[in-house]
Unconditional design. Sequence first.
Length: 307
Amino acid sequence: MTGPSALSLDGRAFPGLPDRTLPLDELRDLILRRRCPQAVRDAVWAELVTRARREGATWTLACAGMALPALASAAGWLASRHRERDVFDIHAEVLTGFLGALPDIDLERPQVLVRLRWAAFRAGLAALAETLNAPIPLPPGFRSTAPRPPFGHPDLVLARAVREGVLTRTEADLIGTTRLEDVPLAKWAAGHGTAAKAAYAARRRAEVRLADYLRRRTRDTDPDDPVAGAVTTELAAPPVVDGARSRSAGSPQSVTAGQDGAAGMCAEGNEEKSGAAVENGAEIRGFGVREENARGTGSSHGGARCA
């Protein structure tokens, strides 16, 4: 488009252009001006495409140079959405789409360059979609990485709570055995030389600390992690103990009395009633503490000139 033997068109063939021979780089600048009528642009592009069809490679390359600003805009938009830095394939597809439309574009309809640009954009978009949908290649060999916390097993959660000083070893064993292994609380208490009432109270206090610990840890975890999701769901609200079965529901003292009475039933050795009474209090399912009774473009103008 530039140089001593640059391609050019006669401006006298197009109304509104200077009456002289115009090199293509100057011609491109003129027809890109806002005040240049659309009819003049279409006439220039019709001549360019006609010469490309008739004379081949030289004028085909000239068409690509004349359309370079439009093609660069389309390629830049597509490349910004590519996941890799190497975007030459996208650029190549944009140019291929433009060149592929030159033999068939209707020169009688307006907006010749706009329609050529859209053909280029669609080709680049198809290449981008294919790239984004392709599987991501992995390097050869095996790699070992640590799992994302929480690690996904209740025993590991309890062990981590012990390691960080949230629970004692005895409390972790109490929760793990009676909640995860379905061992009756009274049986665990008997095996450890303590009363069922004391074991129940110790487990309740430990579960409250564990729930608060897990709630803090899962606040900013990956929402797609199944363990973190379960914990977040179970611990959506702080645990609240309801005294619905106490003798006097209106006073805090009666709530405590009702709970102590239920725990006392555990101490008397009736395991079936003990289970019902304990379920009326705090219950760990998975990792969470749950309360059974909780609350809660340019237009044509005659006579206008591009120059």
